[in-house]
Ligand binder design. Structure first.
Ligand code: BTN
Length: 240
């Protein structure tokens, strides 16, 4: 693993995508401050100040796209849970890759596929984790209930210690994940879920699907049972 540490950048994902040709496989871009962080579904990722984690993995596992690559966000959510558990917390996963503590979001994960025409160049897997945020700032984040590790532990968190734990956890089973895909992490993912057997509203672009969350299948897709007892298999979406 190679680490690039920046002082301030618009977005580690943007930086990694722009420099994908010169960045080696398994490079990690870390920045102290991020001025224009990007989130899923065209949302923003707010910088809650110094001491929070903003980073992107640059991954070039092959010359062609593989259908298991989108599941890397779920793989990373499981890795993050394992790290948070080392801090004594009980994180849960909200499909597809939100990590929550007591229902409050502590991190966000955004994967972007980099193509040049039809050629697959690599993946940029970004993650932001709230490690040292002020209570007044997390309370101002729009739409979601949000928390931060320091607020959960009542103490300051060392950014580099957390970074080392997360990257070590990520690369520990990364090769196995590339071989086996979602099935490699399915049990670890399911045991930490907070949505199975719940009645959900899931937004997919401009549409909302409602149903009972039945399971997550071997591809990491959400299986919903709607009011007509019809199974809906969702690949992307946002649980509201
Ligand atoms: C989400 O919407 O929950 C995903 C947020 C992802 C934020 C991280 S912060 C580091 C990396 N750089 C970005 O611009 N976004 C990701």
């Amino acid at each position: 693993m190679k680490v690039i540490e920046l002082e301030t950048i618009d977005s580690t994902n943007i930086y990694a995508k722009l420099n994908i040709d010169t960045l080696d496989d398994k490079t990690v871009v870390l920045t102290r401050r991020q001025t224009s962080g990007r989130g899923r579904l065209s949302r923003l990722w707010v910088d809650l100040g110094e001491g929070n984690l903003f980073m992107s993995f640059v991954l070039k596992p092959s010359d062609t796209f593989n259908e298991i690559y989108p599941n890397l966000t779920q793989y990373l959510s499981v890795c993050l849970c394992k790290v948070l558990e080392k801090y004594g917390l009980a994180p849960q996963i909200k499909w597809p890759n939100d990590v929550l503590i007591d229902g409050k979001k502590i991190a966000g994960i955004l994967s972007e596929t980099v193509m040049q025409g039809t050629k697959f160049k690599g993946l940029v897997l970004g993650i932001g984790v709230n490690l040292n945020a002020d209570k007044k700032d997390v309370d101002t984040v729009p739409d979601k209930l949000v928390t931060s590790l320091n607020l959960e532990l009542n103490r300051k968190v060392d950014l580099h210690t957390f970074f080392n734990k997360l990257t070590t956890e990520f690369f520990k089973n990364y090769d196995e994940f590339l071989t086996n895909g979602f099935e490699e992490i399915k049990d670890d993912y399911i045991t930490r879920n907070c949505f199975i057997n719940k009645e959900l509203n899931v937004q997919i672009f401009n549409k909302i699907e409602t149903g009972l969350a039945k399971s997550v299948n071997d591809n990491g897709e959400l299986v919903l049972l709607n009011s007509e007892n019809k199974e809906l298999v969702l690949t992307i979406g946002d649980i509201l």
